[in-house]
Design a protein around this ligand. Structure first.
Ligand code: 5GP
Ligand code: ZN
Length: 114
């Protein structure tokens, strides 16, 4: 039993809408979507944030990016464009301390983000 929300989703203890399930990662729909497509790509391994990634995670990070591309293609937002976001730490706005890459699209994204 872990108190990490995303580890519990990976373990199947908390339900989620899973759009990709691979040996190293899953992609789930965000429970509070900020855009028509809002998917989170996360490693099954508990890694606190993108700041913890090192050379040993090169293949994992590449797989996360590939999964994000697949999500964008599957949701039909790849041609118009979309946004990938990794929030890191408190000031970065990270609320779940398990690395995840947001895939946001299906509307015009604005800049700067809040
Ligand atoms: P962060 O702020 O850490 O970058 O993003 C965490 C994201 O996880 C938020 O967009 C939030 O809506 C999402 N989230 C929080 N709890 C759950 C949950 O139980 N299920 C799913 N699918 N997403 C969640
Ligand atoms: Zn975790």
């Amino acid at each position: 039993m872990t108190d990490c929300l995303f580890c519990r989703i990976v373990a199947g203890e908390i339900p989620a809408t899973v759009v990709i399930d691979e040996p190293e990662l899953i992609a789930i729909r965000d429970v509070n979507p900020q855009a028509p497509t809002h998917v989170l790509v996360l490693p099954k391994e508990h890694i606190e944030s993108a700041a913890e990634l090192s050379a040993e995670h090169r293949d994992l990070w590449a797989a996360i990016l590939a999964a994000a591309q697949h999500v964008a293609q599957a949701d039909g937002i790849d041609r118009d464009g979309y946004r990938l976001v990794a929030n890191i730490g408190r000031a970065g706005g990270q609320t779940v301390q398990h690395l995840h890459l947001h895939v946001l699209g299906g509307r015009q994204m604005t800049w700067p983000p809040g």
